[in-house]
Design a protein around this ligand. Structure first.
Ligand code: ATP
Ligand code: MG
Length: 393
């Protein structure tokens, strides 16, 4: 393949005024991260308002493309043929060669669009458009020119080097991770929370995660599944610091002392409290959950009102208005679905009541929570003291 570089197009971040360079630098960093384990020894550079990823060795084209498709902030990926600027004569050969390798057999309509940042170059853009178009027509008689709605646009850019490209592959959009602060994702082994993390990371937010496990009620494999999900999220979000909280004793205390129809709500309140504290300690500015209104008893408006009450940090619930199927579709698209549906117990499913309250009353919940006085502070201390933190990438 003659493609040795990619030209990266970015949209939204182009309009950030004075802070533009911060966004570009973050994007460069994320692209480097995405390409670091891929053959090709890519050099990622910023050059007069453009970002290029250039391979210095052979590489797997599809693999590199897949990696770039996961970098938030990229709106388009243009596989690029780059040749030295050795004058117009050499340029025409390169353009014909480019076309021949890609479009000879097809009866495509095309137009040539030249841009010249080197104004000393011997031809103007208009002259080149016309001449190169004519040459392609002569060389490949099945093609035709269409300046309004061509099948392909052959872009030829005269810069320090000559860039030739015709394909713009869509990127994921969004903003480069690291440009919009940091949030703590409550990551379970389910379908919803990895999707929620993906959606917030897409807006440029760095993600940390907290998982509550309850050994021996939940298995090592359930924990491994969450680590695997964090790794899948990290393919988009960059390295994820994952905090694993041993929640068993707190759950048992709630089970022991509180009305069973309120177990889930009270448990969720403690999860939020703990995640928020870990979040504050790691400089997060928000929490993220995969809650969606009405999905289960603990996600009615009344239930969300009760769980939300323990937090002062904003809680982001990006899938709150989605139907389950819409969340599933997204999880499929981002590649977390297969892992999410592995059948390992998650700590919530073991301690659930047969008939949980669907319209909890905050005053009653708070009154019943009082029954934990005397034990809960110590259990919370212990939970914080035994947090296991790993970096997943
Ligand atoms: P998911 O598919 O994301 O697990 P769910 O449909 O199972 O969600 P719940 O179990 O009510 O719904 O959980 C709601 C949200 O609470 C989850 O999306 C997640 O953000 C958080 N959560 C639930 N269980 C855990 C856990 N064991 N560890 C961390 N966060 C959790
Ligand atoms: Mg769950």
């Amino acid at each position: 393949m003659d493609t040795k570089a990619f030209l990266i197009k970015y949209g939204e971040i182009g309009v950030k005024g004075k802070n533009r360079y911060l966004f570009e630098d973050a994007l460069v960093r994320q692209i480097r991260f995405a390409l670091k384990d891929i053959d090709g020894k890519f050099d990622v550079t910023k050059e007069s308002g453009r970002i290029y990823a250039t391979a210095s060795e052979e590489f797997d084209y599809d693999e590199a493309l897949e990696a770039l498709k996961r970098v938030f902030g990229i709106v388009g990926i243009c596989p690029l043929v780059q040749v030295e600027n050795e004058g117009y004569e050499a340029l025409t050969k390169s353009v014909l060669d480019y076309f021949a390798k890609r479009y000879t057999d097809k009866e495509v309509s095309f137009k040539v669009e030249c841009r010249r940042s080197d104004k000393r170059f011997e031809k103007s853009s208009m002259e080149m458009n016309a001449e190169l178009g004519g040459m392609i027509l002569d060389a490949f008689p099945k093609t035709r020119v269409d300046v309004h709605k061509p099948d392909v646009i052959i872009h030829v850019e005269v810069r320090k080097k000559i860039n030739i490209f015709s394909e713009i592959i869509p990127g994921p959009g969004g903003m480069p991770v690291g440009t919009a602060g940091k949030a703590m994702l409550l990551l379970s082994g389910g379908i919803d929370s990895p999707v929620a993390g993906y959606m917030i990371a897409k807006r440029g937010v760095q993600i940390e995660a907290t998982y509550f496990h309850a050994p021996p009620y939940t298995s090592e494999r359930a924990k491994q599944k969450v680590v695997d999900l964090a790794r899948l999220v990290s393919k988009y979000a960059g390295p994820v610091k994952l905090h694993i909280v041993n929640f068993t004793d707190i759950q048992l205390a709630i089970y022991d002392k509180c009305p069973h129809d309120e177990l889930t709500i009270i448990m969720r309140r403690y999860m939020m409290k703990i995640a928020e504290k870990i979040g504050y300690d790691s400089d997060c500015q928000g929490l993220i959950t995969g809650e969606s209104i009405g999905q289960v008893a603990s996600q009615t408006m009344q239930s969300l009102y009760c769980t939300n009450e323990v937090c002062t940090m904003p809680v982001f619930r990006p899938v709150v208005g989605f139907d389950k199927q819409e969340i599933i579709d997204l999880s499929y698209k981002i590649g977390t679905y297969e892992t999410s549906i592995q059948p390992f117990e998650d700590c919530c499913t073991i301690f659930v009541a047969k008939h949980p309250v669907t319209k909890p009353n905050l005053n009653i919940i708070k009154k019943d929570e009082k029954k934990l006085d005397g034990v809960i502070d110590e259990l919370m201390e212990k939970a914080f003291a035994t947090v296991e933190t790993i970096i997943v990438e």
